[in-house]
Design a protein around this ligand. Structure first.
Ligand SMILES: *Cc1c(COP(=O)(O)O)cnc(C)c1O
Length: 341
């Protein structure tokens, strides 16, 4: 392990590691996986990723357990999702074997950057697929670059597993109902930057987006899915413009196992006043418990965690998922892959 890093104080930011891996798609096929220590890419100035947003990315993590083993969480799901993203914006599809080899190689080559368990930090893995071929007309590229880099990260929200406040906005959408909200492409993020930046300036950790058409239903919480606990129910929105979160998918399984009833359905804004616990979930933070939701337009406030602490069920779900990720609990779902060093 690299011993000059202050693991406990890492931010969710870019931290240079030693190597990244790349494969180029040309003449209809993927090339051999290449390893490099370069942090830059050299592409054509008319590349489609630059002009027309032809790109997709993924985010997953590797964890070092007490037993010192490195575990990658549910990478197959990230591969499937990247495949959907590629189809969604007409890009070359990355075969499962190439995806697997790329992430495992990137982690192995940088294994000294996988943080120790006690730090609460992890190694973030960022697969990226971009159209590199040149086009001037609006058309899919014929050449692509698939790249994976890794970077050690601390908890996403500076507060860690502590409740945060978020803001409902009605003057901005991150994705159209039948647009690209359900795939992980950069354009959705570009569309959210302004409202997210404003929310941060106004003291909120993220934005709660509503359905773009009617502004009646809850979509998701910035780059994280939304869920709520009501009695013995785990409720999470169903919408065509939500990105299917692998964390959410996993929490649903854990919730069922804990005896909760799972409801995936449209969730009305007004229901916010009926929930016992609410949270945002994603790879970065697993769960960010939410203590307050403020409607920016009406000023209406929904308050949770009145004792300042995360709810009991959110805490249980969080602890359970973390325990599986770090290899503390048996992996009965087959979610983790140990990296052979
Ligand atoms: C990546 C992402 C998530 C979280 O997905 P995970 O697989 O749980 O990390 C949620 N919403 C959006 C918009 C995302 O891009």
């Amino acid at each position: 392990m690299a011993n000059n890093i202050d693991w406990g104080n890492l931010s969710f930011g870019y931290f240079k590691t030693d190597f990244n891996v790349r494969s180029y798609f040309k003449n209809g096929k993927w090339g051999e996986l290449e390893t490099t220590d370069s942090e830059t890419i050299n592409i054509h100035m008319a590349a489609t990723c630059l002009h027309y947003g032809q790109e997709a990315f993924e985010g997953l993590k590797a964890f070092r357990g007490k037993d010192n083993k490195i575990r990658i969480f549910r990478w197959e799901e990230n591969w499937k999702r990247m495949l959907n993203s590629a189809k969604g914006v007409m890009m070359a599809e990355v075969p499962q074997e190439l995806f697997k080899k790329a992430i495992f190689t990137a982690v192995k080559l940088n294994s000294k950057y996988v943080p120790p368990m006690e730090s609460g930090a992890a190694l973030y893995i960022r697969p990226l697929l971009v159209g590199t071929g040149e086009q001037v007309g609006v058309k899919a590229a014929t050449e692509y670059l698939f790249l994976v880099f890794v970077t050690p990260v601390g908890p996403y929200f500076k507060e860690g597993f502590k409740p945060v406040s978020i803001q409902i906005v009605k003057d901005c959408d991150r994705a159209a109902p039948l647009g690209t909200g359900n795939i992980k492409v950069g354009g959705n993020y570009a569309a959210s930057l302004k409202s997210l930046g404003r929310a941060h300036n106004e003291g909120f950790s993220t934005v709660l987006y509503l359905d773009a058409k009617e502004k009646k239903y809850i979509d998701e919480a910035g780059p994280a899915n939304f869920f709520a606990i009501k009695g013995k129910k785990y409720i999470t929105p169903e919408s065509t413009s939500i990105l299917p979160s692998i964390t959410n998918m996993s929490l649903v399984e854990l919730a069922k196992d804990m005896g909760l009833q799972v409801e995936r359905r449209k969730v009305q804004l007004e229901e916010l006043s009926e929930f016992d616990e609410v949270g945002a979930c994603g790879t970065a933070a697993v769960i960010s418990p939410i203590k307050k939701i403020v409607d920016r337009e009406t000023g209406k406030e929904y308050v949770y965690c009145k004792d300042g602490k995360a709810g009991i069920i959110s805490t249980k779900l969080y602890d359970k998922l973390r325990a599986i990720q770090y290899g503390e609990e048996p992996d009965k779902y087959g979610w983790v892959s140990v990296v052979e060093e």
